[in-house]
Ligand binder design. Structure first.
Ligand SMILES: C[S@@+](CC[C@H](N)C(=O)[O-])C[C@H]1O[C@@H](n2cnc3c(N)ncnc32)[C@H](O)[C@@H]1O
Length: 278
């Protein structure tokens, strides 16, 4: 795949896939989105601060490694808590990791990255991803710095690589961040979302920028409680889901449409104009 760098409105850099025709992040801000769409709504810091004991760890499933910015935002959220991050990240395309290493190091060295927290966490993630990439397609976990946790990079189509993870409620958070359903549908398929849902631990959150009715209905059918995610940058609403926590209610009109879509999928009737982007 071909990747072109793009500086977003908060000064942080992302990559645009010229093959898919989409950027890896919102133009409003790559770092803004990584923090406000993923790390903050999945409440990693609150959960970390509530943990007790010597060996404290939170488990993250990161769907779509890309530049590693969402992982960096998770690390940043745990900064100073003493809680380590155990992350499994799924990526199909090694070329994005190579391009990210190049532009990330340039941005960090050149001071183009907007904040010290981004520089610090992203440098650690890029180093770890480089080691994981050098180790081959399914390496053991690589340490994240001296004591920040560990990272396992599963290279290949996420629909296959997720099957290497035990089908048990393991993860405390899921960042669901593929390209859009209309541009790149595989990681929005019902079977994949069900495979993610069974791996979510009680008390965990999934966050995604996607507000598609079809994707929301698939998350409901995977057994999750589904609600609206907050506004981030120019994007009005995303989606939050949990196996057991209350994500808050949709507007009544949206809730009615979602219930109808769930019923339609269940009855296997063809959905008119069935596109995930609706
Ligand atoms: C929006 S970008 C992710 C950005 C990333 N979370 C970050 O913060 O830098 C989407 C990523 O998903 C990856 N991807 C798309 N389809 C995939 C699949 N079927 N399996 C694994 N990775 C996939 C793409 O190669 C791309 O790197």
């Amino acid at each position: 795949m071909e990747w072109t760098p793009l500086v977003t409105e908060d000064g942080s850099v992302t990559l645009v896939s010229t093959t898919v025709g989409q950027a890896c992040h919102s133009r409003s801000g790559a770092w803004l989105e990584a923090r406000e769409r993923y790390a903050i709504p999945t409440r990693l810091r609150e959960r970390a601060l509530a943990l007790s004991g010597d060996d404290r760890m939170l488990r993250l499933l990161d769907v779509g490694t890309g530049l590693g910015l969402t992982i960096a935002a998770a690390l940043d959220a745990l900064e100073g808590t003493g809680v380590r991050l155990d992350v499994v990240t799924l990526e199909r395309d090694t070329s994005v990791l190579t391009a990210a290493a190049r532009i990330g190091r340039e941005a960090i060295r050149g001071g183009a990255a907007p904040t010290a927290d981004l520089d610090r966490s992203w440098a650690l993630v890029l180093d770890t991803l480089a080691r994981a990439l050098a180790a081959g397609p399914d390496p053991a976990s690589e340490p994240l710095g001296a004591d920040r946790g560990r990272l396992r990079l599963l290279l290949g189509d996420g629909r296959e690589t997720i099957q290497r993870l035990p089908a048990r409620p393991t993860f405390d958070a899921v960042f669901l961040d593929p390209f859009s359903p209309a541009a790149d549908p595989p990681l929005w398929e019902r079977e994949f979302l069900a495979a993610v849902a069974v791996r979510m631990a009680p008390g965990s959150w999934l966050s995604t920028y996607c507000a598609s009715l079809e994707v929301r209905a698939r998350l409901v059918l995977a057994g999750l409680r589904v609600g609206p995610g907050g506004m981030v940058g120019a994007k009005r609403e995303g989606t939050l889901a949990s196996p057991d926590l209350d994500p808050g209610a949709f507007q009544p009109r949206v809730a009615r449409k979602l219930a109808r879509r769930v019923e339609r999928i269940q009855s296997r009737a063809p959905v008119p104009g069935n596109r995930c982007s609706s």
